[in-house]
Design a binder for this molecule. Structure first.
Ligand SMILES: Nc1ncnc2c1ncn2[C@@H]1O[C@H](COP(=O)(O)OP(=O)(O)OP(=O)(O)O)[C@@H](O)[C@H]1O
Ligand SMILES: [Mg+2]
Length: 348
């Protein structure tokens, strides 16, 4: 039969447009968790959809992503957020800290020693099929693998990775092969981030160059990150990466959203964990600005927010609970001291 003669069937369901993501769809869920990095979400989601639709090419991982950019901008958070959305927990990630594989002999930990070698029985390869399966879930058969700080890995590890990236297979020391066709592979690196920061704040202080148009700045940061990556990795390696994404330093607005999210998480935690002893936490705008100033910087991005909340809220709240100073079902107000140098907690 001539294919051209096949009757054209009208799709019964409306085809979702890319421009209008469903509010409960992958892109929207991710965008809520990964603040201020729309291009990251936009570049990753299509690969997952292609796999879920059954249209991903065979014999390759679902997607290979190189995440570049300064510290505390959401690279690792992206991978965790994806695990939360796909599997319901940020823990469903097989993470390889490449800093632990800087020496050639350490690479055996990834694939296990061949039979007959000393210690063969004791080496459990980190990248086995069982380990991949253990990070998939009932919700999704996709395994997420993260190679963190890839620039620190020994050259033999990047060579080993070439096969995984290219054919989705890895041969272990015991000659078994591991199939990576149902995996999303993320490689993260800070390569070029120093130069990126320098571009943004050539002098002292961290004011971004206000005269430059934001699109131009993004393109320039992207170029800086890419040329650093190309200097570090071989062309074979770079060619196997599907998408590289440059994370941008987070603006004040994004940092504020992230702080608000952390405060909301803390409140949820207080209500869930403490049950009947739970209480309401009130953090007015002025106190939030205080926390924002201490927890964020151009240099460390949002990295210090958690620690700041710990120091100024979680720890003092814990002492108040221990001393019985908070009424169950009551409330605590976090207010600035008169000299605005401290956050004071007042139980009401
Ligand atoms: N874009 C973001 N959206 C939401 N939270 C963020 C974002 N960026 C950073 N954070 C917060 O800051 C913390 C540190 O960020 P993350 O671990 O993603 O940094 P990173 O980019 O991987 O940095 P590094 O290069 O140092 O590994 C996260 O756990 C999260 O709480
Ligand atoms: Mg990280």
């Amino acid at each position: 039969m001539d294919l051209n003669e096949l009757p054209v069937r009208r799709p019964r369901r409306r085809v979702e447009s890319v421009a209008e993501p469903r509010p409960d769809g992958l892109a929207s869920l991710l965008a809520r968790k990964i603040v201020g990095q729309p291009s990251a979400v936009g570049k990753i989601v299509p690969y997952i959809q292609m796999f879920q639709a059954g249209l991903a090419p065979e014999g390759r991982p679902i997607g290979i992503f190189l995440l570049l950019g300064p510290t505390g901008t959401g690279k690792t958070r992206t991978v965790e957020a994806l695990a939360e959305v796909l599997h319901g927990s940020a823990k469903n990630v097989l993470k390889v800290d490449c800093g632990e594989f800087q020496m050639e002999h350490e690479v055996a930990k990834l694939v296990g020693a061949p039979p007959g070698y000393l210690g063969h029985r004791e080496t459990h390869p980190m990248l086995s099929q069982a380990k991949l399966a253990s990070v998939a879930s009932e919700k999704s058969n996709i395994s997420i693998v993260l190679f963190d700080e890839i620039e620190k890995a020994a050259p033999s590890m990047t060579r080993l990775l070439l096969g995984v990236l290219d054919k989705a297979t890895l041969r272990l020391g015991d000659n078994n092969t591991v199939n990576f066709e149902k995996t999303l592979i993320f490689l993260t690196s800070n390569l070029g981030s120093r130069a990126m920061m320098k571009h943004l704040s050539p002098g002292f202080g961290f004011e971004p160059p206000s005269v430059e148009d934001p699109k131009h700045t993004s393109d320039r940061l992207d170029q800086i990150a890419h040329s650093a990556a190309r200097r570090q990795f071989t062309p074979e390696f770079m060619n196997r990466i599907d998408v590289s994404i440059t994370y941008e330093p987070l603006g004040q607005e994004s940092l504020q959203v992230i702080l608000d999210q952390h405060l909301a998480d803390l409140q949820t935690h207080i209500l869930h964990r403490l049950g009947a002893r739970g209480f309401r936490l009130h953090v007015p705008k002025e106190s939030r600005l205080f926390l924002l100033k201490r927890g964020t910087s151009a240099e460390y991005g949002a990295r210090e927010i958690k620690r700041t909340l710990h120091r100024h809220l979680t720890q003092p709240l814990s002492s108040m609970i221990a001393e019985g100073r908070i009424e169950p079902g009551g409330s605590v107000h976090a207010e600035l001291s008169g000299d605005k140098a401290e956050l004071l907690l007042r139980a009401a």
